[in-house]
Unconditional design. Structure first.
Length: 116
């Protein structure tokens, strides 16, 4: 079988189409989770800790300064607010995937039990 024929067989299989749909839906879901965290969850937390936007919290190691040559040396900072945002986004996505897999496994088990 030639390379092109093998590729056609692979590309036409349902698994590839299912994977493509999953990637598209996953990308859209990621945008929803990002908005949930950035626009719904974190603003009240930022307000409670002093009114700053949570994702902008950082520990400055070196301020931006003018070098002797006249160029601006950029700030060096640990951006822990953005890091915590990313952790929360990951946890929401991981929990969502866990719930979907748990529901799918329950459906599969119930189908298997009903056919037995």
């Amino acid at each position: 079988m030639s390379f092109i024929q093998e590729f056609k067989t692979f590309a036409v299989k349902g698994n590839v189409l299912d994977m493509a749909v999953g990637i598209i839906v996953g990308t859209a879901f990621n945008k929803i989770v990002n908005s949930l965290v950035n626009d719904i969850i974190m603003p009240p937390i930022g307000l409670m800790i002093g009114g700053d936007e949570f994702k902008n919290l950082e520990l400055v190691l070196r301020r931006g300064v003018d070098a002797t040559t006249g160029e601006m040396v950029p700030i060096v900072a640990i951006r822990y607010g953005q890091f915590i945002n990313s952790i929360i986004q990951f946890l929401i996505i991981a929990l969502s995937v866990f719930v979907v897999i748990k529901v799918m496994n329950r459906i599969i088990r119930s189908r298997e039990e009903s056919t037995s």
